[in-house]
Design a protein around this ligand. Structure first.
Ligand code: 5GP
Length: 119
């Protein structure tokens, strides 16, 4: 994990604090420090460093699927399965990716605005 010299690598290694709300063998989920919705949780791989979605390989498919299913499980656990929620993965500059350890955003808890409009 030494190659993961990102803020999320430090969270995985418990070198800096985070509010962890989900954990299994492969995935860690923790609250975003600057929430964009009433519920904003980030799901990241614990044991594999992938910088961006563009760096993911075919062999990473199961792990990326696990991120998505972890978000769905957490959303169900918190009771958002009926009202709904959004998952987003930003890739590089135009999407505004700021942390280069792949992560899935889960946004929930209120009607969400539309997205994808060029700024
Ligand atoms: P990105 O913009 O790369 O898709 O998302 C990175 C997210 O990480 C942002 O929403 C940002 O608020 C969050 N973030 C950045 N630094 C920290 C931190 O130290 N702790 C936590 N919990 N979230 C962070």
């Amino acid at each position: 994990m030494n190659e993961n010299d990102t803020i999320f690598g430090k969270i995985i290694r418990r070198e800096i604090p985070a509010t962890i709300v989900y954990e299994d063998d492969d995935v860690l989920g923790f609250k975003d420090i600057a929430p964009q919705a009433p519920v904003h949780v980030l799901f990241i791989p614990k044991n594999t460093h992938i910088a961006t979605l563009d760096d993911a390989k075919a062999g990473d498919a199961e792990l990326i699927g696990k991120l998505v299913l972890a978000a769905a499980e957490y959303a169900r656990r918190e009771g958002f399965e009926q009202n709904g929620y959004r998952v987003v993965m930003n890739c590089r500059g135009d999407a505004g990716q700021t942390v280069f350890h792949i992560h899935l955003h889960l946004l929930a808890g209120a009607p969400l605005g539309r997205f994808g409009t060029p700024m």
